[in-house]
Design a protein around this ligand. Structure first.
Ligand code: SF4
Length: 492
């Protein structure tokens, strides 16, 4: 790999500056993230950065966080803020859809901060390290995988003017050559990680919001209680935390929630774990601890269809859970098998029925246009969704992301535009053979409309509208939802 000579290495790692580390979530507009449903979309803190910041601070470093998306900063505004901070190390995080934005910001800053080491981390870099740094040589180093220990060691070495070229868990430019160092082992005990540095973010209650139907009380905040997932879904990238499941103890999670509850006034939690409840004994212990606290607190979580059972769902309900989301993906057995979901339509039916029986709201995530999708499988999904006792449904266009099995095999199943900035869940970057983008758009709207224009779902919405917490967010959500599905009348 050759690096452009226009990006020289930092001239000195030892120049004193006012701030040691600045961690940045790059500018991204809601429309880029959610397309036409931008007004209904959520925005929650960049959790990885808040934990990295807390780890650095615990080690005695001066660290600041800049969440450009939450603050609504464009690149020029973000550039000014970073330039004024003049950090010794500037770390940007990015998913695939935001990596171009992160690179643009780094390119603007690079000539202005010649003594700063530019670091890129996050899911995209972990999935495609060589290609990313080759394409964006303005970054001096990439942190691959779990970042806490790697970043701590990187910061220590930079501040001590030691070489970082052999640092485990990184990919680094040496002159104009890229060097990929060995991966770093995952943390054995993730309870050693400090709680996220929420205090370094902009005001939580005014800068972050859940999705229009993703909460029951306000303020609402996201938390992670585990890392990794043992699932093997073909569309899921596990580049940062891998498929090795590790969890915080129930006691750790309770303390973290206590801090959010008492210090930040949080009353609703989105538990973001890809799969909450992989280890049943911990889930039971945590629920019992929450029941004993008797807080005015509710939460929602993601479960795998195969893990839902009546006893667990009823316990979740008693602990304050109001809703459970499931990755349904498709109503076609053939597609579920192709996606390696290890579930069947019958298992989905059962999980949704049990969830309703436990008095919980159920939400499903569906993908349209997966590899091997056909008119027949789409019709199957449409028919299947109408039979479910489901309360909420999100329908996305399927997108293969770097680091997944589907990224590798997509070309064999359809046409695929690999432009990173188009890799989101509303741009139809992948179109399976035998279908067109227009047909996929049509089905996304048709399934969404068919699902929501049902008496049962409408009654649920009417109930939600009675809750004063919901009115502003639901109004904006319904407005964008109506304009989104309304187009289908003309398109049919
Ligand atoms: S169950 Fe969810 S988090 Fe786990 S691999 Fe599948 S999609 Fe990813």
């Amino acid at each position: 790999m050759r690096r452009s000579s226009s990006y020289p290495r930092p001239v000195s790692f030892g120049v004193a500056g006012p701030l040691e580390v600045l961690l940045v979530s790059p500018p991204l507009r809601a429309e880029q993230r959610y397309g036409r449903l931008a007004a209904a979309g959520m925005y929650m803190p960049p959790m990885g950065l808040t934990v990295l910041a807390a780890s650095l601070r615990k080690a005695g470093h001066s660290v600041a966080l800049l969440d450009c998306e939450a603050l609504g900063l464009n690149h020029q505004e973000a550039k000014e803020q970073c330039r004024r901070s003049a950090p010794r190390i500037l770390g940007l995080t990015a998913v695939t859809m935001s990596v171009q934005s992160a690179a643009d910001l780094a390119a603007l800053l690079k000539p202005l901060l010649p003594n700063t080491v530019f670091v890129l981390g996050g899911p995209h870099l972990s999935a495609a390290p060589e290609e990313t740094l080759t394409r964006y040589p303005q970054f001096d180093v990439g942190v691959i995988g779990e970042g806490e220990e790697t970043l701590l060691e990187l910061v220590r070495r930079v501040l001590c003017e030691e070489s970082i070229t052999d640092l485990e868990g990184t990919i680094v430019w040496i002159g104009d050559t890229l060097r990929r160092n060995p991966n770093r082992a995952l943390l054995e005990d993730i309870d050693t990680i400090p709680f996220p540095a929420w205090d370094l973010l902009p005001e939580l209650q005014t800068h972050y919001r859940p999705s229009a139907f993703g909460f029951r009380k306000l303020p609402c905040m996201s938390v992670l209680t585990s890392r990794g997932c043992p699932g093997r879904c073909s569309f899921c990238s596990q580049g940062v935390w891998t498929d090795r499941y590790r969890e915080h103890s129930a006691g750790y999670v309770l303390k973290m929630i206590r801090e959010l509850y008492h210090h930040y006034g949080i009353r609703d939690l989105c538990i973001y774990d890809g799969t909450f409840g992989v280890k049943r004994s911990r889930l039971i212990e945590l629920c019992e601890l929450l029941i004993a606290e008797r807080w005015d607190l509710v939460f929602s979580c993601n479960l795998r269809v195969g893990m839902a059972d009546e006893k667990m769902l009823r316990l979740l309900k008693r602990a304050g859970c109001w809703g459970v989301a499931y990755g349904i993906e498709s109503g076609s057995s053939k597609i579920l098998e192709h996606l390696r979901k290890d579930i069947t339509p019958a298992m989905i039916q059962r999980a949704i029925t049990l969830t309703a029986r436990a008095g919980l709201i159920s939400k499903g995530y569906l993908m349209v246009g997966t590899p091997a999708e056909t008119e027949e499988t789409l019709a199957e999904t449409l028919a299947f969704i109408s039979t479910l006792d489901l309360d909420l449904l999100t329908v996305n266009s399927f997108t293969p992301f770097p680091g997944t099995l589907d990224w590798e095999r997509a070309d064999g199943f359809g046409t695929f535009d690999k432009d990173w900035s188009r890799l989101n869940q509303h741009s139809y970057a992948f179109v399976p053979h035998g279908l067109t983008r227009e047909r996929l758009e049509y089905y996304v709207r048709l399934i969404t409309r068919t699902f929501y224009v049902r008496p049962r779902v409408m009654i649920n919405f009417a109930r939600l509208m009675l809750n004063p917490y919901h009115l502003p967010l639901i109004y904006s959500g319904l407005t964008s939802f109506a304009s989104f599905v309304g187009r289908s009348h003309r398109d049919l």
